[in-house]
Design a binder for this molecule. Structure first.
Ligand code: FAD
Length: 290
């Protein structure tokens, strides 16, 4: 029986989870199975697989989730977005997840496709992630549902207080835990915890961690998701930009310090954005795991 993340969170004080994205080529998929097998040796509490903006990688998400559960016996969470789906289509995909014994879903709104400035729901679709949570909850307790959280506030949200109230709506709709957007200043995370606790969000909020291995890619990644890069990060990584070895070493050092600060401050675990790469995560985890 595949375990629900809500049960794992109730049982364990600290959890360690790993996020993968579906590769675009068959060779990439083969490689990902090898990488995931190696990640299994790190005793993951669960894996997660992201959901693309459209096209064939969407079906691949479900296939990977299904296969990871079967091959590695690791509960695997299916990221799922409202983008481009009518409500009836969303309901159909959820039915298929149930048929395949996928029991953990990260319910997201998703973003507009590249080039489209403002978010618009699909015809007959859903506008916000809390509505997707409600739809998944029509299946009762079969699924454990997670949602996204934004320590700096969501990029489209006018202020942090409104952002907190929107998180509360997602929890009230039936989600059971939060995984955060990446961030580099732990103060953002701890301020966020305080802010959302004040409006009654009482579930575990797991920080999302990005290992730093490439300065230019980091900038691109953060432009896409709206995360702030503190001056300290520029100061460390800009002078060694292009030097792979030095960036890797400084990246591990920076993220180890970040993870220790989070766990010391009471974070309930760590969720790694692995970018399908084992090495930096393995090294960081070996240094911070408790
Ligand atoms: C851990 C994590 C994993 C992710 N994985 C994926 C992935 O696999 N695929 C992908 O495409 N994207 C992914 N994303 C990105 C995510 O889809 C985007 O950040 C998206 O912009 C917001 O999604 P959401 O679920 O938070 O949306 P929502 O919770 O719907 O919020 C979207 C915006 O609407 C506002 N809002 C919410 N409720 C209301 C309301 N009732 N009234 C008015 N405004 C409201 C919010 O404040 C926010 O500004 C991920 C993000 C995180 C943090």
């Amino acid at each position: 029986m595949v375990r629900k993340i809500s049960d794992i969170l109730a049982e364990k004080e600290l959890t360690y989870s790993f996020e993968f994205f579906p590769p675009k080529t068959e060779k990439g998929v083969e490689k990902l199975f090898e990488v995931a097998e190696a990640f299994k040796n790190l005793q993951p509490d669960w894996f997660t697989v992201t959901y693309g903006a459209g096209g064939s990688t969407r079906e691949l998400t479900m296939e990977l989730v299904d296969q990871f559960q079967k091959r590695f016996s690791v509960p695997t969470m299916h990221h799922f977005t409202c983008v481009g789906h009518s409500k009836a289509e969303l309901a159909k995909v959820i039915e298929e997840m149930k048929r395949r014994n996928i029991r953990n879903i990260l319910a997201l709104r998703g973003d507009s496709p590249a080039g489209v400035e403002h978010w618009e729901p699909a015809p007959d679709g859903l506008e916000y992630s809390y509505q997707l949570v409600e739809l998944i909850r029509t299946h009762g307790d079969f699924f454990s549902i997670g949602v996204a959280g934004f320590p700096e506030g969501h990029i489209d949200c006018p202020d942090k207080e409104t952002d907190s109230s929107h998180l509360k709506m997602k929890i009230d709709a039936g989600s059971e835990f939060v995984i955060t957007q990446l961030f580099f200043d732990n103060k953002d995370y701890f301020d966020y915890i305080k802010r959302v606790r004040e409006v009654g969000v009482d579930v575990k909020i797991i920080p999302g961690i990005l290992p730093i291995t490439d300065y230019k890619k980091l900038i691109r990644f953060c432009e896409g998701c709206g995360a702030t890069i503190p001056q300290r990060v520029h100061d460390i990584f800009q002078p060694i930009d292009g030097d792979e070895e030095a960036t890797y070493k400084a990246g591990v050092e920076f993220v180890v310090e970040q993870c220790n600060g989070l766990l010391d401050g009471g974070a309930p675990g760590l969720h790694f954005y692995t970018l399908n790469k084992l090495e930096p995560v393995k090294e960081i985890l070996n240094k911070v795991r408790r």
